[in-house]
Design a binder for this molecule. Sequence first.
Ligand code: EPZ
Length: 419
Amino acid sequence: MDKLLITGGSILKGQVDIAGAKNSVLPLMAATLLTDEVVELSNIPHLQDVTYAIQLLSGFGVDVCLTERMTVKFQANDLTSVEASYAIVKSMRASILALGPLLAKQGEAKVALPGGCTIGARPVNIHLDGLRAMGADITVEDGFIHAKADRLKGTTFEMHPVTVTGTENLMMAAVLAEGEMVLKNAACEPEVVDLAEFLNAMGAQVSGAGTSEIRIQGVEKLHGVEYAVVADRIEAGTYMVAAAITGGCVRVNHVNVEHLQLITEKLIQAGAEVTVGSDWIEVDMQGRSPVPVNIETAPYPDFPTDMQAQFLALNAVANGDSTVIETVFENRFMHVPELLKMKADIQLDGRCATVKGVQNLVGATVSATDLRASACMVLAALVAKGDTLIEQVHHIDRGYERIEEKLGSLGATIKRLHA
Ligand code: EPZ
């Protein structure tokens, strides 16, 4: 297993190009199952999860062709299987996103149950209940979800709690269904909107994406399309926090500035000077230490749970006290014990972390436990005194492309140690 060795103290300066969004490219790739025609996706990020998703689709018999850097062609006109093995689902729980499109297009799907992960139980009951409401026959046995349906029928279905991939799975199931599907209490994340726009570019009739009520009018078939994946707002937010935590000045390029409004506001509260361009944002901390900012996560457009760990790192070195409340996942503070090894001062009480900012974190050997916790450890290491060795970095490679290259180009002292 690779490790990252980071020496703290560098002040990050420069520009970084932000890649396509991991949490958009995965549903978009699943949606290529919905047509027999060629789909070309560009702005694809170079991530381990994309490699897993290509393996998943290839396993169904989808023809996948990497044409040039960051562009891939898919054609699902000759599927040989509707089964997603436990091996692939274990590697990437987002494989569950194949369920809706396979059922809609092939009338059958067999997907291994994604287990929980370190951040929570991650059940998929809402996905299954929604498909049942559309007329699917679903059994769960021997660790597999087995779904069958001659033709799904649109209905009205309300989701509690808000679920991003649940909304995406049911949207994909509905585009070829009979009649109209109404999704209530739908997720409003930008990645849900990106999927709706992609489906409509393929000839679907989806309206209301980005609001809590999405309507899908089923159509007979979808056609091929060329489409660019939306920018990754979480990668961008992570580099913006990297500027703030090191007292530096970093500009993130090729972003959708609207998707980063709340992150930008929080960084201004933390004391950064922020300049917003048409498709770029510059965060300039001017050598200052951060001011503490209170955080409470919630579904979009509120503060994203995927940025909670990053802001916890920032608060750990702020000049004052703050609270970080995680309302989406039940166990998303695995980065706290690792920060404590670096001499942070954090008290955990259920879903609330109370942080007392310290003058210095101290380098240590720490473990990455999940994707965003890994990002937290990298941010903490950038500003800690001395060296930090981060183990289990396969977690970080799932969601951040070429992280040591991008951080190195901003002046960080970071290198990957190959096991
Ligand atoms: C998506 O996960 C993202 N992953 C996550 O990003 C992100 O943290 C999460 O949405 C919340 O924004 C992808 O898009 C691939 P949820 P998802 O269903 O869809 C409960 C990252 O770091 N729930 O919105 O799996 C669930 O337990 C990853 O990039 C049910 O109870 O999350 C949780 O408490 C991590 N039943 C809440 O809903 C269900 O059937 C929100 O989960 C589904 C979800």
